[in-house]
Design a protein. Structure first.
Length: 477
């Protein structure tokens, strides 16, 4: 196998940077899907092929000579942007659209010259004609006969197609040219590059071209040239599509060309397909049907591969439990967060343990959210009790804060009276301390849940999350 566009392999540097930055073992199933999709896309871009031996094929080619009028009248602007520029555009379109032909290009004014011999190199033809500087053309006349004679010399084809890109030149009749073309086996097609209204011609100094009588010369479409195309079974047209159809019908197969053609077997289609499948499997419910699809076609899978993710989650869960028992609550929390599962019961337990770890770390708000997620997936009295307990701690903390504020105000009032001369013999340390302890126990006792009660005691926020299903734990990754 070989790669036609091997330069795209540098895209793997992005993947290498990602793996170096993050722990590959901690990737979720969806992340694995993205990585595999990215790999397949890169392989498709490199265009992998299975190389084949070159095969010699014989091609039957037809010759087409394009004769371009380069006289001064072709600079008229009745065709935008000018007749000559329009001729250039027509030639480029012609050599691109007409396949299996050799093209030769000649230019003619009062005489004809070869701009390009017969060739299949279309890029060369475009370059040669595109570099033609029309500002160097000063000849006022056109000789169609010179173009026909040179066309006949350029090819040995018995039936030669000729395309003349011209405004019709100045002759009033083309009987001699028509007879010459017919006798020499030329099929002449006229592509008219002028309008019936015509246009005046501007000289280099900005003056209009005038005839000997001093009248401004207006160059128009000369339909007399149609005589040549009619005599040789060619077409006279201003339509490019009509010209292509005519050349196709005139195609001859006099010229044989033997070329070596290499037809390699392209493989990028398969990698594009695999990239699409990997993306769909990792982001949609398609993964549920992949196993059945593979079994339908008799594909056997390694059991170790199927059990890989389940074993990994169980191991991570046990590691988290060990951290929790040893008092390493931060490590336990990180391990619990790494556990991925689609089983609601198991995931509820994971969220419950995460919440307990957060309580130990005194992150009560996050713990409350974890308890809610656990209750959303599967109700348990323990999670309900603990969530109510941490809510009671919050209320207790707020009550304690209010009591401390009242004590501060009372102390400041006593100091103020003492300064004013009013003494006090009260000892508040022991009694107030005893009273505060009783209040705290009372608040704590009120937050405990009766374990014998059969009622579900979720908070209103938990019910709201359950009803709205704002947390989708069916597919947590």
């Amino acid at each position: 196998m070989s790669f036609i566009s091997a330069e795209y392999f540098w895209l793997f540097l992005f993947l290498a940077a990602l793996i170096a930055k993050k722990d590959f073992r901690g990737f979720s199933f969806r992340a694995y899907g993205y990585v595999i999709t990215f790999v397949f896309i890169i392989l498709a871009l490199t265009r992998p092929v299975i190389l084949q031996e070159p095969v010699k094929k014989e091609l039957m080619l037809s010759d087409v000579i394009v004769a371009v009028d380069l006289s001064f009248s072709m600079q008229a602007r009745d065709l935008h942007p000018s007749r000559l520029i329009k001729a250039k555009e027509t030639l480029k379109s012609l050599i691109k659209a007409h396949k299996n032909s050799r093209f030769g290009v000649i230019g003619f004014t009062t005489n004809a010259i070869i701009l390009s011999p017969l060739t299949q190199d279309r890029e060369l033809l475009e370059h040669l004609f595109g570099s033609l500087d029309e500002n160097m053309i000063v000849t006022k006349g056109s000789s169609i006969m010179s173009a026909l004679k040179l066309s006949r010399k350029m090819s040995k084809s018995k039936k030669l197609s000729v395309v003349i890109l011209s405004d019709g030149a100045d002759e009033t009749g083309y009987t001699n040219e028509a007879q010459f073309a017919k006798e020499r086996g030329l099929v002449v097609n006229i592509f008219m590059l002028a309008s019936k209204m015509g246009d005046s011609l501007v000289l280099a100094g900005g003056e209009f071209l005038k005839d000997t009588a001093g009248n401004i010369v207006v160059s128009r479409e000369n339909e007399a040239i149609k005589e040549i195309s009619e005599a040789t079974d060619g077409v006279y047209t201003k339509s490019f599509d009509e010209l292509l159809d005519a050349l196709e019908s005139q195609r001859s197969q006099d010229e044989r060309s033997e070329q070596e053609v290499v037809e390699n077997i392209e493989l990028f289609y398969y990698f594009v397909f695999l990239a699409i499948v990997a993306f769909l499997v990792s982001n949609t419910t398609l993964k549920r049907y992949v196993l059945a699809f593979l079994l339908l076609f008799g594909v056997s899978l390694d059991a170790n591969f199927l059990d890989y993710f389940a074993d990994k989650n169980i191991k991570e869960f046990k590691t988290a439990n060990a951290y929790y028992k040893s008092g390493e609550f931060e490590s336990a929390l990180s391990s619990y967060e790494a556990v991925k599962s689609s089983d609601p019961e198991f995931k509820a337990i994971v969220f419950y343990n995460m919440a307990n770890s957060l309580v130990k770390l005194k992150e009560y708000e996050r713990a409350k959210e974890a308890y809610m997620k656990s209750l959303t997936l599967s109700y348990s009295k323990e999670a309900d009790e603990n969530m109510r307990y941490i809510r009671g701690l919050k209320e207790q903390k707020q009550a304690s804060s209010k009591n401390n504020s009242k004590k501060t105000s009372l102390s400041q009032e006593k100091k103020k009276k003492k300064k004013e001369g009013g003494g006090s013999n009260m000892n508040v340390s022991a009694s107030s301390g005893s009273s505060d302890t009783k209040d705290a126990k009372k608040v704590s006792a009120q937050t405990k849940i009766d374990l014998n009660s059969n009622k579900t005691k979720l908070s209103s926020r938990a019910y709201e999350l359950i009803n709205k299903r704002q947390i989708d734990e069916k597919q947590p990754w």
